[in-house]
Design a protein around this ligand. Structure first.
Ligand code: MEV
Length: 325
């Protein structure tokens, strides 16, 4: 049997700072214990063969010289471009079979594309027995994400690489781990899949129309991130909730919230959450709420009553790791 290597990387949730991070402000992102797993082995010929059952791809075949083909289904493009960037970096060219498995559906907005990219780079590095460090994994993965989707701060790539909770500045200019105690967080899924590049472009349009106002909003979000970091470290959950509410108001003024997100956020606050906000690009995907332990079940019920799905996720998950060599 040929040698197989499996690596995995976690998904993420944005605590504070989405969108403003694309314009150079910091953000705070936390890794979630929902992982993407990537297994690599030799294909025995000159092709890359990708299976990704969760996105209905079975044995997609690409010639190694032709990697990153625009026509590849979205579900495999990140893997294919990751392999291409890795091969270019190491100047290698071998046929591979890659299988991806996911603990979570891509519709949740947990960053499956970044996680699968990071896990692919890690699995490849183990496969060729090279000692790639986390900074190199970040750089190759971030390049891959930009090659495929054109936009992105890289915060989701950083969460997949380092795990835990991270204070992050675009492109990895700053990646600092924040130590804190377990967060009383609730995650509610709206049932609607959002498209990050579309929402990033919407904010770019907003910025073009009123640069002065948008800069003011980004400055305020930047201050919330700094205060949020302090509240997180000190375990001041009431304060964190208030900051989430403020961050949500600013995101709403940028036009990236949605009626579904607003309904779940309002319901959780009425049920007693300290605060709540959307998490990620907006437009759908997930919201998060901070809540006192005794009110957790009332807030969860309130979210469900409004049509949301409460997701059971643990946070501060471990970053990319080898599962099997
Ligand atoms: C999307 O989850 C978060 C954004 O800030 C985009 C990014 O940072 O890449 C909207």
């Amino acid at each position: 049997m040929s040698r197989q290597v499996t690596a995995s990387a976690p998904g993420k949730l944005m605590l504070f700072g989405e969108h403003a991070v694309v314009y150079g402000k910091p953000c705070i992102v936390v890794a979630v214990d929902q992982r993407m797993r990537v297994t690599v082995e030799s294909s025995g010929d000159g092709n890359l063969k990708i299976s990704a059952p969760e996105v209905n791809v079975a044995d997609y075949v690409e010639k190694i010289d032709n990697l990153g083909d625009d026509k590849a289904p979205k579900g495999v493009r990140f893997v294919s471009v990751a392999v291409k960037n890795f091969f270019n970096f190491y100047n290698i060219n071998i046929g591979l079979r890659v299988e991806t498995r996911s603990d979570f559906p891509s519709k949740y907005g947990f960053g499956s594309s970044s996680a699968v990219t990071v896990a692919t780079i890690k699995a490849l590095s183990q496969f060729i027995r090279s000692k790639v460090n986390n900074d190199q994994i970040f750089n190759l993965s971030y390049k891959t994400v930009l090659d495929v989707q054109g936009v992105g701060s890289g915060f989701d790539v950083a969460a997949a690489v380092w795990g835990g909770t991270i204070y992050f500045v675009k492109g990895g200019k700053m990646t600092e781990t924040i130590e804190h105690s377990v967060l009383p967080l609730i995650v509610g899924y709206t049932g609607i899949k959002a498209d990050t590049p579309t929402l990033v472009r919407r904010v770019a349009g907003f910025y073009r129309r009123d640069k002065k106002l948008t800069d003011k909003i980004f400055d305020s979000i930047g201050r919330i991130v700094e205060e949020g970091r302090d509240a997180l470290v000190k375990g001041k959950y009431k304060r964190l909730g208030l900051l989430m509410n403020k961050n949500q108001e600013l995101l709403q003024s940028l036009g990236v919230s949605s009626p579904e997100l607003n309904r779940l956020i309002k319901a959780s606050k009425v049920a007693g959450a300290y605060g709540a906000k959307l998490s990620g690009a907006g437009g759908g995907d997930c919201m998060i709420a901070i809540v006192a332990p005794e009110l957790r079940s009332s807030v969860e019920r309130a979210i469900e009553k409004e049509g949301g799905v409460v997701l059971d996720v643990a946070i501060q998950a471990e970053g990319v790791r080898t599962e099997k060599i």
